[in-house]
Design a protein around this ligand. Structure first.
Ligand code: 13P
Length: 252
């Protein structure tokens, strides 16, 4: 059966010393807690090796926030999936709306990134979600369908089964305006239905679909209690240990 996962996305936050201190504190904070979900932190590249080393003997997984769409070579400033994997990281966020909006990442580019992540045994946390105008025009299902089909549906069922999805309505990211539990459930059920049509019910039932967008300690429990919401991708509330712990406790 699918896993429940709470994954933090640090975005562009924390210097190297701040990151190391945070990871050590997080390890201590979670060491004696019984968590009812997998916990992952996705950090800027500079933190990956240190975080993976510190968390090696803990239950917390480490991931990157992006990787290149090319294997290796003359791509100044890029970091490949193989490089990410070589740090000990096991996950990579791909298709975050901030990457799509600010860095021009298209469905085609993301298709390449997903392939390279899988080839390097990284678990992609693949983000999808509509902007406010699309929600207001009631086009959210079409938008999400196109994002899934455009980057993932050429994968074999075996490869698709290695992917974690994150539904992040763009209007809820960093705005304090969370999707209601019902809006989240409706979309997650729609996504699961689409996967079932494409890959069959078993693959759909085994796919973890996380919710992201202003998820915090006060709304996590209600969001996670929905049958098709299998956890969260957390921005702002993952930057402080108490808040992140509070979100993780949404599964208690
Ligand atoms: P916030 O939790 O800050 O709204 O960010 C969500 C997000 O974008 C996680 O990837």
């Amino acid at each position: 059966m699918r896993k429940n996962i709470v994954a933090g996305n640090w975005k562009m936050n924390k210097t190297f010393p701040e990151g190391v201190e945070f990871v050590k504190e997080l390890k201590l904070a979670l060491e004696n807690e019984k968590t009812n979900c997998d916990v992952v932190i996705c950090t800027p590249y500079i933190h990956l090796a240190a975080a993976a080393t510190i968390l090696e003997v803990s239950a917390v997984g480490v991931g990157a926030e992006n990787c290149a769409d090319k294997e290796a070579g003359a791509y100044t400033g890029e970091v490949s999936a193989a490089m990410v994997a070589s740090t000990g990281a096991k996950y990579v966020i791909l298709g975050h709306s901030e990457r799509r909006a600010y860095y021009g990442e298209t469905a085609e580019i993301l298709k390449e990134k997903v392939k390279l992540a899988l080839a390097n045994n990284l678990t992609p946390i693949f983000c999808i979600g509509e902007v406010l105008a699309e929600r207001e025009a009631e086009k959210q299902n079409e938008v999400v369908y196109a994002q899934l089909a455009g980057s993932l549906f050429e994968l074999s069922a075996a490869d698709f089964s290695k992917i974690v999805l994150a539904y992040e309505p763009v209007w809820a990211i960093g705005t304090g305006k969370t999707a209601t539990a019902q809006q989240a459930q409706d979309m997650h059920a729609y996504i699961r239905g689409v996967i079932a049509e494409q890959y069959g019910k078993e693959v759909a039932d085994n796919t973890s679909i996380l919710y992201g967008g202003s998820c915090n300690p006060s709304n996590a429990k209600e969001l996670f209690s929905n049958p098709d919401v299998d956890g969260g991708l957390i921005g702002g509330a993952c930057l402080k240990i108490a808040d992140f712990k509070g979100v993780i406790a949404g599964f208690n």
